[in-house]
Design a protein around this ligand. Structure first.
Ligand SMILES: [Zn+2]
Length: 117
């Protein structure tokens, strides 16, 4: 499994545009553009973490506080994930992004990285 650390803010806006927000990234295997929607993402603790490579959180600079089940980045944005597959090369991918409200009614999405499953 490959883990690509990206750490790039792809959205900064209000709640309404957040739900309609889509972003793209390049398939790490073939370079084709893949679209994902922030609204499709689930909290990473709801994903089958056993399917992710060991140490992914370290590679993506995510923190896991003692006694908590969630992960977050250094700015306190909670980690979310969505599984996608590439239409071209069929690679199975997990997009990990920090999503949250940074100020009242102002949302950010930071793509932390892509995991090739
Ligand atoms: Zn591909």
């Amino acid at each position: 499994m490959t883990i690509l650390a990206i750490n790039k803010r792809v959205f900064d806006g209000d709640e309404q545009s957040f739900y309609a927000f889509r972003s793209t990234f390049q398939c790490p295997s073939c370079g084709k553009e893949i679209v994902f929607c922030a609204d499709d993402m689930s909290p990473i603790e709801d994903v089958d973490l056993a399917s992710l490579p060991k140490g992914f959180e370290k590679k993506l600079n995510l923190r896991h506080r003692a006694g908590e089940t969630f992960f977050e980045n250094h700015k306190g944005l909670r980690s979310h994930a969505v599984q996608c597959s590439c239409n071209d090369c069929s690679a199975r991918l997990m997009v990990v992004a920090g999503i949250g409200e940074v100020q009242p009614s102002r949302f950010n999405v930071v793509v932390e990285g892509i995991i090739v499953l």
